[in-house]
Design a protein around this ligand. Structure first.
Ligand code: GAF
Length: 375
């Protein structure tokens, strides 16, 4: 497609979407997350141009946008091009001269489903443009640059998780990430476990107000704790005992949001240990508790996602199920015995359709490698 449109052979890069096994709304609290890169991805093809133009083409939107490399937009325009432009703006801010180029984009990460289509787009673009300008970044640094593109240019207040796993994922592994110092541990996913991702078909958006409101509520609770004992700049540093001591001074909703974040950090570290030990019963229990906390304390779920989790509970082969990603819609992640995965997916889809009259998309995914060059 790139060659036919731009008459130049591109360098091609791929960056995956992700599913998070556990650790929701903990990344911006400098806590722990345990995502997996999946086999839905964005491809970015890039070639230089001699006319000083930056031409962006999205195959998904069947739309081309042209800019002057010397006068790129400084602000987002609520358009798909914000993501690649944001990455280019951040790279320019790092001191790289941006030459003219053609960039073609294509992706199959379902949009608005909480599987990080935005991060995949940013990371694929960043690899492509970095290669064009002749710079190479480590995966963690690349992830930080892409997060900045989303925070500073697109205007979405996300944490580091999605960009990090897209840049650093590993085939057949989940990644336990410490969002404070970006150190991580790879945890093998046993071959007999399938990742079944069930899309409620309710649209999710990080740019939406709910994500930002929840984040602010949890951060207000953190400020109360910090005002008493100091050294608690993030909820990562807080304990459940802190809530017992000073929870009364918090708005009731803030207390609940903080209880989710603090307990979710504990569950995420415990879940990695359970996965490592092969204690799938414990892993499933932690996922169930995480969903309850996300739904009841954080109020980050919705009727459809709660039902998708509930409808999975008695299906043969289920290890654990919960809503994944930023919340208020999107997908559930179900860890399922591989031998039962197809039947599980079919029956879950049937039950959900019978309840809501909507046929959900259900994918059996494979833990994949992070972003890299493919041509
Ligand atoms: C979205 C955000 F982009 C992440 O940074 C993270 O906060 C997640 O929601 C919730 O865990 O995917």
């Amino acid at each position: 497609m790139h060659l036919a449109r731009f008459h130049a052979a591109p360098e091609v890069f791929v960056a995956p979407g992700r599913v998070n096994l556990i650790g929701e709304h903990t990344d911006y609290a400098e806590g722990f997350v345990m995502p997996v890169a999946i086999d839905f991805a964005t491809l970015a093809g890039i070639s230089p141009r001699a006319d000083g133009k930056v031409v962006l083409y999205s195959e998904n939107y069947a739309e081309e946008k042209t800019f002057d490399a010397a006068a790129l937009p400084a602000h987002a325009g609520k358009h798909w091009s914000d993501y690649p432009l944001g990455v280019v703006a951040i790279l320019a801010g790092e001191g790289h001269q941006i030459p003219g180029f053609s960039l073609s984009l294509w992706g199959d990460v379902p949009l608005g489903s909480g599987l990080s289509s935005s991060a995949a787009l940013e990371v694929a673009t960043a690899l492509a443009v970095a290669s064009l300008v002749g710079v190479s970044y480590s995966g963690p640094v690349l992830a930080r640059l892409c997060q900045r593109a989303e925070n500073e240019f697109v205007g979405a207040n996300c944490g580091i998780m999605d960009q990090f796993i897209s840049a650093n994922g590993k085939e057949n592994h989940a990644l336990l990430l410490d969002c404070r110092d970006l150190s991580f541990k790879l945890a093998p996913i046993p071959a007999h476990i399938a990742l079944v991702i069930a899309n409620t078909m309710v649209k999710h958006s990080v740019a939406g107000g709910d994500y930002t409101t929840r984040r602010a509520e949890s951060e207000t609770a953190c400020a109360v704790i910090n005002s008493h004992r100091g050294g608690v700049p993030f909820l990562r540093d807080a304990t459940l005992e802190d809530l017992q001591k000073w929870g009364r001074e918090m708005a009731p909703k803030s207390l609940l949001r903080a209880r989710h974040v603090i307990s979710e950090n504990l569950r995420t570290v415990a879940a990695e240990k359970a996965l490592e030990k092969g204690d799938l019963k414990e892993l499933g229990r932690l996922m169930a508790e995480a969903h309850r906390s996300y739904s009841q304390d954080f109020e980050g779920s919705c009727v459809e996602a709660d039902a998708m989790v509930e409808l999975a509970q008695d299906l043969p082969g289920l290890i654990g199920a919960r809503l994944t990603g930023g919340g208020f819609g999107g997908c559930t992640i179900n860890l399922v015995e591989q031998s039962q995965a197809k039947a599980f997916a079919a029956e879950l889809g049937r039950r959900y359709a019978a309840r809501f009259g909507i046929t959900p998309q259900i994918h059996i995914c494979h833990a994949s490698d992070g972003a890299h060059r493919i041509a």
